[in-house]
Design a binder for this molecule. Structure first.
Ligand SMILES: Cc1cc2nc3c(=O)[nH]c(=O)nc-3n(C[C@H](O)[C@H](O)[C@H](O)COP(=O)(O)O)c2cc1C
Length: 202
């Protein structure tokens, strides 16, 4: 199974790396696109060792050798002739994680100026799963409206809003929660966070 993952220049690089590792551990063929500011984000938040050309080694070091079960193909965001730009490509879903307000706006309005925007548009027109993980606070009215437009077009808006009921101890626990939500939205089973048991009453 192939899944497209796009990383843009919104804070939260660890959400992207945890999602990538979890998909790769499940033997998924990941088609990765990273915007220019996404590349900067990976380096700024996680260090040079997480730069795109060293990303697989970073994922193995951080998350373990199980990451090797899948494959990762990196596409240039400038390559609008890449397979992901066509609806005939067999990618069954896509997540934009994290998603900047700029890319959110472009998807909301179908601009398709780069491969991330075009691949997202392909997901919408082909009625495939598109998961958008926006990160900004507070949000302007145009940003809120752009989320509504994307949701109306069929995307799932999955804000980078970790919960605390699972009593996270580390930053990685918070990343696990968001990555788990993304995997669920893409149709994968996982145990990245404990299922809510519903035992605590008012
Ligand atoms: C350090 C840094 C952090 C940023 N964090 C955010 C953010 O959390 N959310 C957001 O929408 N934009 C954020 N931006 C701005 C985007 O990176 C900028 O709008 C960029 O043009 C997005 O382009 P892209 O969507 O092609 O990656 C940040 C920029 C920098 C340099």
């Amino acid at each position: 199974m192939a899944i497209a993952i796009a990383v843009t220049g919104a804070s939260g690089a660890v959400y992207a790396t945890r999602t990538l590792a979890a998909l790769l551990e499940r033997g998924v063929d990941v088609e990765l696109i990273v915007s220019d500011y996404g590349r900067r984000l990976l380096r700024d938040e996680l260090g040079e060792q997480a730069s795109v050309d060293r990303l697989v080694s970073f994922l193995i070091d951080k998350y373990g050798a199980g990451v090797g079960a899948g494959t990762m193909t990196v596409h240039s965001n400038r390559d609008l002739g890449a397979t992901l730009a066509s609806g005939s490509h067999g990618c069954s879903g896509m997540a934009i994680v994290p998603c900047s307000m700029k890319t959110l706006a472009a998807v909301a309005h179908g601009l398709s100026r780069n491969l991330i925007e075009r691949a997202a548009d392909v997901m919408l027109k082909e009625r495939r799963r598109l998961v958008i993980v926006p990160r900004e606070t507070p949000m302007s009215l145009p940003e809120l409206r752009n989320m509504v437009l994307c949701a109306e077009a069929g995307a799932m808006i999955l804000p980078a809003m970790p919960a605390f009921y699972q009593q996270p101890k580390t930053l990685d626990d918070l990343a696990d929660f968001i990555a788990g939500k993304i995997l669920s939205a893409l149709g994968f089973e996982h145990s990245l966070y404990p299922a809510w048991t519903g035992q605590v009453g008012p």
